[in-house]
Design a protein around this ligand. Structure first.
Ligand SMILES: NC(=O)c1ccc[n+]([C@@H]2O[C@H](COP(=O)([O-])OP(=O)(O)OC[C@H]3O[C@@H](n4cnc5c(N)ncnc54)[C@H](OP(=O)(O)O)[C@@H]3O)[C@@H](O)[C@H]2O)c1
Length: 368
């Protein structure tokens, strides 16, 4: 007998217990059994019904995926953008399934006090994602540090004003892994690690500093004002783009496939944007979730990325040498325990690279 949908909708948080390997939390390629797929569809469609949430910086790369998944799960989404009249920032959001009924755009700027009040008032939860992410800055204080830190305080002040129950803050591995600790392939970085502002400042890593200070500020404000925040700390995020513009982390892959002769001499963590977006939502939905969530599928040197891309696209011209002759920085591990506690397994780096490249082609950033 087919039970009506409403009887199958578990109360918030119970989802995880009823489906110990919840297919909702896996990429669709992994959810192969029809029973799991059906359960996934039901839970996915229903877990946000009747709830209102706010997403800041909604037009961005990661936030667009968060909005897409929230709409799929039935949430009503209040989405902040700096310019609601700019189709380059909003058309891809307005065309998402469910957007016509469930998506409400509002104008807000991180630097304007009270800017988020109208969007946050009456929400069940807030996803604070907005923050500038780029490296070529002339005035780090004005371009990166102020919007990151003051913006976080502005959003959290609105959350305090309207007694928001749970706030998910998009932080970064930038706030975790940049310190003076030695890293080797045996080192396991986890959520207890913190970047050290002085180290970031010394190395002129202004974006890294902005994320470190913003997260420190968020935890301090939350503690002082009895707010419940959780942070999501992804490394370099790749995977399909929803927005029509090129974001910084997708550009890192584009720069490998657009005819460059060298690759950078860096080892970084990599993670798929769909895992990142779902981690935000699961961290919001699961009552047991708390604290920080490092998100890294694999730490890999750029030379390793080039090797994988060569295997995926043997005819593609790729950089053949490293940008300098220095030894490669060592890779390290990042604990996957917290991410797995959300009931999800990572999409492999190989898949993420393929999805990124296909998406860059589809959006005409590259052609081959
Ligand atoms: N992508 C990654 O690899 C990665 C990794 C770890 C953490 N993160 C974090 O994830 C978040 C989103 O990054 P993303 O990669 O999705 O970057 P993105 O596509 O550049 O999105 C950044 C968003 O922040 C908004 N924003 C910037 N300055 C603002 C201001 N003054 N007022 C209001 N909104 C402002 C932007 O709005 P406009 O569209 O109006 O410019 C945009 O929507 C950031 O907090 C970033 O630090 C990203």
């Amino acid at each position: 007998m087919v039970r009506p949908f409403s009887l199958l909708i578990p109360p918030r948080g119970i989802v995880h217990l009823r489906h110990p390997l919840p297919s909702l939390a896996f990429p669709s390629s992994i959810a192969r059994s029809p029973r799991r797929a059906r359960a996934r569809a039901i839970v996915t469609m229903s877990s946000g019904r009747g709830k209102v949430v706010c997403v800041t910086g909604a037009s961005g790369y990661i936030a667009s995926w968060i909005v897409k998944f929230l709409l799929q799960r039935g949430y009503t989404v209040r989405a902040s953008v700096r310019d609601p009249a700019d189709p380059a920032k909003t058309a891809h959001l307005r065309s998402l399934d469910g957007a016509a009924e469930q998506l409400h755009l509002f104008k807000a700027n991180l630097l304007e006090e009270g800017s988020f009040d109208a969007g946050v008032e009456g929400c069940d939860g807030v996803f604070h994602t907005a923050s500038p992410f780029y490296h070529a800055v002339t005035d780090p204080q004005a371009e990166l540090l102020e919007p990151a830190v003051k913006g976080t305080l502005n959003v959290l002040a609105s959350c305090k004003k309207f007694s928001i129950k749970r706030i998910i803050v998009t932080s970064s591995m930038a706030a975790v892994a940049y310190n003076d600790k030695e890293r080797t392939p045996d080192t396991v970085v986890d959520e207890t690690w913190w970047s050290i502002p002085e180290v970031c400042e010394q190395n002129k890593q202004w974006y890294v500093l902005s994320k470190t200070l913003a997260e420190q500020t968020a935890w301090k404000f939350a503690q002082e004002n009895a707010l419940e925040i959780l942070t999501i700390n992804p490394a370099m995020v790749i995977g399909p783009l929803l927005q029509p513009t090129l974001n910084t982390s997708s550009a890192a892959i584009l720069n490998l496939i657009n005819g460059a002769s060298t690759y950078p001499n860096f080892s970084m963590g990599w993670v798929n944007v769909q895992d990142v977006a779902m981690a935000h939502i699961l961290a919001f939905e699961l009552p047991s979730a708390s604290g920080r969530y490092c998100l890294v599928e694999r730490v890999a040197h750029y030379s390793e990325l080039v090797k994988i891309i060569h295997e995926l696209y043997p005819a593609l011209k790729l950089p053949e040498k490293c940008a300098d002759d220095n030894p490669f920085p060592p890779t390290y591990q990042v604990s996957k325990l917290k991410f797995r506690s959300l009931g999800r397994e990572y999409i492999p780096l190989e898949t993420s690279l393929k999805e990124t490249i296909e998406s860059l082609k589809e959006k005409n950033f590259v052609s081959f």
